[in-house]
Design a protein around this ligand. Sequence first.
Ligand code: VNL
Length: 389
Amino acid sequence: MIFRSILAWALGLAAGLPLAAPAAAQETVKVGLIATLTGPQAASGRQKVAGARLYMAEKGNMVAGKRIELIIKDDTGVADVTRRHAQELIVNDKVAALAGFSLTPLALAVAPVITQAKTPAIIMTAGTSIITERSPYFVRVSFTLPQQTVPVAEWVAKEGAKTAVSLVSDYGPGIDAQDAFKMRFEERGGKVIDQLKAPLANPEFAPFLQKARDLKPDVLFLFVPAPTAGALMRQVIDRGLTSANIRVVGTGDITDDDQLNGIGDNVLGLITSHFYSAAHGSAANQKFVAEFKKANPGMRPNFIGVSGYDGMHAFYEALKKTNGDTSGDKLVEAMKGLTWESPRGMMTIDPQTRDVIQDVYIRKVEKKDGELYNVEFDVVKQVKDPIHK
Ligand code: VNL
């Protein structure tokens, strides 16, 4: 008899019948952070997770009466794994939003999934222009490559450079950077004499660097994803390019704050344009850098870390605006037009494109207190992506 009633109770539970679920469980809002934590791009995942966690540690985990829970998944840098995590986080964990996405193909892989599920996805790295057009549920807090490239193309033209060669990783953001560099440099009277592309996986840069050197351009423009920067820049140095009569420039991915000290003094004086530097002088950034270092001994934040931090901000502010309503359409609507002071400077989510509008700085590698930094010395204010404005 007792056994039978226990059985009946258990069956009732399994069928989801009487016993009400605990109220607290219903008040949890989950965010699925898909980061690349292993493999050659692992440095990007470490930064993103550290940035997102720091934001939550500073602001607490209660927003609009809901408890925020961050679920972190490692996609190992493989698009099929990113897509599988996205599906499981949406279907099984019922996340209100996804975030993360390091390499461009990883972001593109989830576009159909988030569109079908109407789940917002906050892009914290991937920088190919087209991504935000692939789903109305993408919101980007990182950057686009054309946005970062145009300022340095203008800068070298203004400095009197007449000829240039570009060398980039052969995939979305590299092609975007190369095209944007050529467009703006040639508009300003320069000539791009060759556009070189190295494979993304296991790149061997030496033959491309030799070719660039032989072409004797005034400028060599470089882009690779940040975790690959150390490998590229060591070969740039070994080939003597920083001491040849060629001005080496790039987007800030090639001198990112995570890799820069490991690259070494040979890149002192190198000019890049980018939206974030750990040396940015604002009070907000000084606090951010200090807190980030305290929470993550041995690390300093880079543009991916700050995007992890800002991505959580976008989500928190959106949930406040919807008063805790987690409808995907309402959250995306609430993120459109958000403006705030990030450690990087002022930023806005463009209500038309869901992409980020932000200042892009021209910086020079300098040594301060025994460490290498990208020191900002000029700025182009509030730049929109020049491709899909
Ligand atoms: C991408 C662009 C990735 C820039 C990066 O590092 C980066 C991308 C992971 O769009 O794949 O620095």
